[in-house]
Design a protein around this ligand. Structure first.
Ligand code: ZN
Length: 107
């Protein structure tokens, strides 16, 4: 099982690769990050993203993206979320936020 810290780091790395126009590498990386997909599979069970949210470590602002075009920045501007429930997109360095996304089991 991948640690939360490693997951958060890899998610940030995937975002960075995206921003550097390396989508192939980014999507390859996303395949090994279990918690950042709209749906995921773990131990034969399937999960669906129900909340796309992070907390900024700088300003303690908790932000949530509610739909695919909902780009929300924290008060201090260090981090942002996007993608709603279609895609867990993050802006900013992974060490600057705490991952708060939630999943529910769908079978
Ligand atoms: Zn902030």
């Amino acid at each position: 099982m991948m640690s939360k810290r490693l997951q958060t780091y890899l998610t940030g790395l995937a975002m960075t690769l995206d921003q550097r126009s390396l989508p192939d590498l980014a999507s390859e990386l996303r395949e090994i990050i279990p918690n950042q997909q709209p749906t995921k599979q773990s131990s034969g069970k399937k999960y669906r993203l129900i909340k796309n949210s992070i907390e900024c470590r700088g300003c303690s602002d908790i932000i949530e993206s509610k739909h695919v075009w909902d780009y929300v920045t924290c008060k201090c501007g260090a981090v942002a979320v996007d993608g709603g429930l279609d895609y867990c997109k993050r802006s900013g360095y992974p060490e600057n936020y705490i991952e708060l996304s939630t999943y529910e089991e769908i079978g």
